[in-house]
Design a protein around this ligand. Structure first.
Ligand code: HEM
Ligand code: HEM
Ligand SMILES: [Fe+2]
Length: 476
């Protein structure tokens, strides 16, 4: 039987500690992401800021690569964290898992240093291999791509072998199957072709099929796991929801891919396919929202007592996840998903508004929730109650991300009206629109909101470092 040295309801110390190693790096990269975002935001206002020292192209690239990488770290960490609880078996290859962690972390460090020190120059076959592959979000050069694949194979083997030896719950079965798809899709982003249509065609397999299919299923399983741990939600109900969500997420998300094939040289039938299936994508997001709220409400009603929320901050972040996923991905995504609308909004700040609220709402939130689960485990406490710092982090980060989204939506709206509709979307129109007051003011507000996000992040880190000790004291 699997045991733990901690007194709370978690089991499998070795896997959990490995998961926590990933969590720590994820938080550091999250901080780096935010700082890069602030630099890029200032460069929107003062284009000369750090020019030829730390160019916008680099700040933006590091911003979004750090985003993807910290989320992948937090996801790998979450899998190692929950694996033993679900399978009731210790993670099989801890030594190998640790080795993979260090190899991956060293590779990430080298890639970032190269990004920072080699900023300009002509592209060639060699630069694809050693410097930068040039594909947004997954710019890592090919040597790192291959390294990542090797590390992920070790990770997946660990998960799969533990699963085979252990108990097979619905949650972990979905997790194991989905991870296979998630990891496999990365391969589609590794084949460079000099035909930009073909290149974009495959690149979207990674980006879209990650965030709108496999990552969504991933957070579905995380929410299911976390609801059982935090509010003792009934497994049968949570798993029933999970299967429905998986069906709907894959049903709409896979062909929803078509909403990126409107204007890149792909056949015109993608207009109809993309419009239809991507319009259905908000439906599972509503289901996920209802699921969390329903379970929460149901547990409250059970035997007339107020439920014990065993991890207050994690629960709060999961509820924000339900709202944020629905708003950022569902609503802001739906706004521009029809080709009739997208022809005007494509590539404007409206896209950035959606990108920020969706990544934050659907992923950052629940992964932060998992960090709190990690803290609860590590300090061995039965209950983690939100502190003033937890609440400040929640408020400042959520408020500022909403503020940023509103600002960017206004900037995008101005671009649609002036740059696209009035001036016909020419290169010149692009610059005219970016110099009008609505746009400039929106960028000012976005920058202010970015600083607020960073202050919230400081509260978050401070809280993660102290809340466990405080809870231990309270329980003693
Ligand atoms: C959590 C899930 C989602 C995330 C994280 C996300 C994120 C993003 C990001 C970052 C982009 C910009 C990509 C680029 O750099 O070109 C984008 C584009 C887009 N997203 Fe999403 N998205 C999500 C879900 C959705 C959903 C559910 C819909 C539709 C209902 C949608 C519709 C679109 C469309 C149409 C574009 C293309 C925008 C353009 O033409 O410029 N997204 N998404
Ligand atoms: C300190 C707070 C932040 C600031 C100041 C900031 C700023 C920026 C800037 C200036 C860009 C470049 C936009 C462009 O090229 O038009 C950008 C892109 C992006 N950021 Fe942030 N960001 C912040 C936080 C975040 C967070 C928390 C997330 C997600 C969780 C995020 C996700 C993204 C994404 C997905 C893009 C690419 C969007 C696109 O190309 O459409 N950012 N950000
Ligand atoms: Fe998409």
């Amino acid at each position: 039987m699997l045991t733990s040295i901690k007194t709370n309801s978690f089991a499998g110390d070795k896997g959990k500690e490995l998961g926590m190693m990933y969590f720590r790096v994820a938080i550091i990269l999250f901080g780096a992401q935010l700082l890069m975002g602030i630099i890029a935001a200032i460069q929107f206002l003062y284009p000369g800021f750090l020019f030829e020292i730390f160019d916008f192209s680099v700040a933006r690239m590091v911003h979004i690569n750090a985003l993807v990488v910290w989320m992948l770290y937090a996801m790998i960490g979450s899998v190692y964290f929950m694996l033993s609880d679900e399978t009731e078996h210790e993670v099989v290859g801890i030594g190998l898992g640790k080795l993979a962690f260090w190899v991956l972390t060293a590779a990430v460090a080298v890639v970032v240093l190269v990004y920072i020190f080699i900023q300009v120059g002509s592209g060639s076959e060699a630069t694809i291999w050693f410097i930068n592959e040039g594909r947004e979000y997954i710019e890592a050069p090919r040597w790192a791509d291959i390294g990542i694949v090797a590390v992920v194979i070790i990770f997946y083997w660990n998960v799969f072998a533990t699963y085979i030896k252990g108990k097979k719950t619905g949650i972990i079965t979905v997790m194991v199957a989905n991870l296979m798809a998630l990891a496999g899709l990365y391969l589609a982003g590794m084949f460079f072709t000099d035909n930009i249509s073909i290149d974009q065609y495959w690149w979207w397999w990674v980006i879209h099929l990650w965030v709108e299919a496999t990552w969504e299923v991933f957070v579905g399983t995380l929410a299911a796991y976390a609801l059982i741990k935090i509010i003792d939600a009934k497994r049968e109900i949570v798993e029933m929801w999970l299967w429905i969500e998986v069906l709907m997420l894959f049903g709409s998300g896979i062909l929803g891919l078509g909403h990126h094939y409107f204007w890149i040289g792909t056949p015109e039938y993608w207009w109809e396919i993309g419009a239809l299936f991507s319009s259905l994508e908000p439906v599972p997001l509503i289901a996920m929202f209802v699921h969390v709220i329903y379970d929460w409400g149901k547990e409250q009603g059970a035997n007339g007592t107020k439920p014990v929320i065993k991890n207050g901050p994690a629960m709060a972040w999961i509820v924000i996840n339900a709202f944020g996923n629905f708003l950022g991905a569902g609503i802001w995504g739906f706004f521009h998903t029809l080709p009739q609308v997208n022809i005007y909004t494509h590539g404007t700040q409206f896209t950035a508004a959606h990108g920020h609220l969706a990544f934050f709402g659907a992923y950052a939130t629940i992964l932060i929730g998992m960090f709190y689960m990690g803290v609860q485990y590590a300090y061995g406490v039965e209950r983690l109650k939100a502190t003033f710092k937890s609440k400040m982090a929640i408020f400042l980060i959520t408020f500022s991300l909403i503020g940023m989204t509103i600002a960017l939506t206004i900037a995008g709206y101005e671009q649609v009206l002036v740059e696209r509709a009035e001036l016909g979307g020419t290169w010149n129109a692009f610059f005219v629109a970016q110099n009008l007051p609505w746009y400039v003011q929106a960028q000012v507000w976005r920058t202010i909101m970015g600083v607020v996000t960073f202050i919230g992040f400081i509260y978050l880190v401070w809280d993660l470092l102290t809340i466990g000790k405080e809870a231990q004291k309270a329980e003693a």
